[in-house]
Design a protein around this ligand. Structure first.
Ligand SMILES: Cc1cc2nc3c(=O)[nH]c(=O)nc-3n(C[C@H](O)[C@H](O)[C@H](O)COP(=O)(O)OP(=O)(O)OC[C@H]3O[C@@H](n4cnc5c(N)ncnc54)[C@H](O)[C@@H]3O)c2cc1C
Length: 399
């Protein structure tokens, strides 16, 4: 064994990191504050930069038939449903080295959990929250709470994979580190296939661009449901800041926003039974991700807006890079140095994705003449040239 890693948070990032560390000989204690890891969430677009890494730990195979490989990304104009661009994804494997997949977040989490359950080196403790930590030259001590019981666990390093409101991040950086709250909220629903218009069942990821709103949808789980995400303006003060999927939403609000949209989009929205929404947020890129024996990973390090669909993918990239960096440390080796090398290897790319996700937000929500010009440009460029703009992102970063 190379050492003992403590990880706070068993989301996509924490679980992936545990698997990579176990694969390189580390013992891992994974602490998750939720008492049970529930099958919550909705669809995730898993781009090739993420699937290439999931493949290395056998998770892509486990995901298997629950995921779906879309043939294209279709960009549509909201008012009349005209196709503005069609980006073909059917050559993803040869172009980027791994498939582009659509999966339910719960299916990915299940695949990660199953893989972790098969590893003796990983101990998952649910219902255990990290409440603090102390890091010194000889190791790190995590302060933990399970119900009313407080206890400590010692390890060689601590990884904060505890999401966008990360306690580890707050303690590591101190000072004012508030989230940037977006003026937009994401509404999410799963529409059963028999309540969706037939065109929404095509194996495509569809992006509708409208005035001050956009809509993303794609089929999931063998086409039995359609994942729908509507991004709309959110008034200040009405924002939901709870965790994913905890906030029920009133669909009447959506009807008004989408009333001028093509009937196909409206029919899809009408097919949803239950909506959940939350206010989008991100943070500015950080100057560094580690201090001593403590490092950040996933949304804890780089919370981002979802407009490039990269939050989970970047967390998975982090996990691969962390495994590579800590895997090189021999017994008694330089763990702070390895954590610092991990951060340095990932920070420029993840920061770029954070900033480009913000830029994408502006492009998606143009209105009037600017939107007209954008739509003309999309048509003029064509699917292939548009796709080439994502090559830097979808090609897996070397682990
Ligand atoms: C609308 C929307 C659409 C999205 N679509 C995509 C997409 O298509 N593709 C994509 O790649 N990404 C997408 N994302 C982003 C993605 O969901 C997240 O970036 C990703 O899940 C982050 O994973 P994580 O493991 O870093 O954090 P989280 O999933 O937030 O996990 C953190 C975990 O830490 C636990 N925790 C918190 N505090 C503590 C503590 N003190 N002690 C112990 N445990 C703790 C939490 O309970 C949680 O389980 C989307 C996001 C949004 C909002």
């Amino acid at each position: 064994m190379s050492g003992h890693a403590l990880i706070a948070g068993a989301g996509i990032g924490g679980l992936s990191a545990a698997l990579f560390l176990a694969a390189t000989g580390w013992r891992v204690s994974l602490f998750e504050s939720a008492p049970v890891i529930e099958a919550v969430g909705a669809g995730l677009q898993l781009s090739p930069n993420a699937t290439a890494i999931l493949r290395q730990i056998g998770v892509l195979e486990r995901l298997g038939r629950t995921s779906l490989a879309p043939k294209a990304v279709r960009v549509l104009r909201a008012r009349d449903g005209a196709t503005l661009a069609l980006m073909r994804l059917d050559r993803a494997e040869s172009r980027w080295g791994a498939p582009y997949l659509l999966a339910h977040r719960a299916d990915l989490q299940r695949a990660l959990l199953d893989a972790a359950a098969g590893q003796e080196a990983i101990a998952l403790h649910t219902g255990v929250a990290l409440t603090g930590f102390a890091s010194g030259p000889g190791g790190v001590t995590a302060a933990l709470r399970k119900g009313m019981t407080r206890f400590e666990v010692a390890g060689d390093c601590l990884i904060g994979a505890d999401g966008s409101r990360s306690l580890v991040r707050g303690r590591l950086l101190g000072g004012d580190d508030a989230l940037n709250m977006s003026r937009r909220a994401a509404w999410r629903a799963l529409v059963p296939a028999d309540r969706a218009p037939p065109e929404a069942l095509r194996p495509e990821s569809c992006l509708w661009l409208g005035r001050k709103a956009h809509l993303v949808h794609y089929p999931l789980r063998g086409g039995s449901v359609v994942n729908v995400v509507a991004i709309v303006a959110q008034e200040q003060g009405k924002a939901d800041e709870g965790p994913f999927w905890s906030n029920a939403a009133d669909p009447a609000e959506l009807v008004e926003t989408f009333k001028g949209w093509h009937e196909s989009a409206r029919a899809l929205l009408a097919g949803a039974g239950e909506w959940r929404k939350w206010r989008l947020h991100d943070r500015d890129p950080l100057p560094g991700w580690s201090a001593g024996r403590v490092a950040l990973l996933g949304d804890a390090a780089h919370p981002m807006l979802p407009f490039l669909a990269q939050g989970a993918a970047q967390a998975i990239e982090d996990a691969g890079a962390l495994g590579a960096a800590l895997g090189r440390v021999k017994a008694g080796g330089d763990i702070p140095g390895a954590l610092s090398a991990y951060g340095a290897s990932r920070l420029p790319r993840a920061s770029r994705v954070q900033l480009e996700s913000r830029a994408q937000e502006r492009i998606y929500h143009l209105s009037g003449p600017a939107a007209f010009a954008r739509d003309l440009a999309l048509r003029a460029m064509g699917g292939e040239r548009l796709l080439a703009r994502y090559d830097w992102l979808y090609r897996a970063a070397p682990a």
